[in-house]
Design a protein around this ligand. Structure first.
Ligand SMILES: [Zn+2]
Length: 134
């Protein structure tokens, strides 16, 4: 009767690559594996770096029956992931994403906004920054 529950690890790694190593919600770069290179590269404090650990985010939460399949997993930083699920009333992913972007622009999120220049100087790939122009 029970299907073996797959680990979200594979799905997390696939999402991490597909999202160009950026958080689904706050769009900041994340790390998988070792935070030291990451914090050094972006000149972050350890406490800041820890927030940007890549985690598997279940779009449809596990407690509501969401599974570990690829369609249900995106890569999100630890900070965004935790806060979404610690809200009294959980928001749907798109609404939460909008909230995160707004807070981020108002500097009321995890306080980390790496510029494209910082990111591009270590990687050829460019991501989309939060749109703070309005
Ligand atoms: Zn995030």
């Amino acid at each position: 009767m029970n299907r073996a529950r797959r680990s979200p690890r594979k799905a997390r790694e696939a999402a991490y690559i597909q999202q160009d190593s950026r958080c689904f919600y706050c769009n900041q770069p994340m790390w998988l594996g070792n935070p030291d290179d990451f914090t050094r590269r972006f000149n972050l404090k350890d406490s800041q770096g820890r927030k940007l650990q890549c985690t598997a985010e279940h779009l449809h939460p596990r407690k509501d029956g969401g599974g570990n399949d690829r369609e249900n997993i995106v890569a999100a930083c630890l900070y965004c992931n935790r806060l979404r699920h610690s809200r009294r009333k959980e928001m749907d992913p798109q609404a939460y994403k909008a909230l995160v972007q707004k807070r981020l622009c108002a500097r009321r999120w995890h306080g980390i906004i790496l510029t494209d220049f910082q990111v591009a100087s270590v990687s050829e790939k460019m991501g989309v920054r939060p749109n703070c122009s309005h």
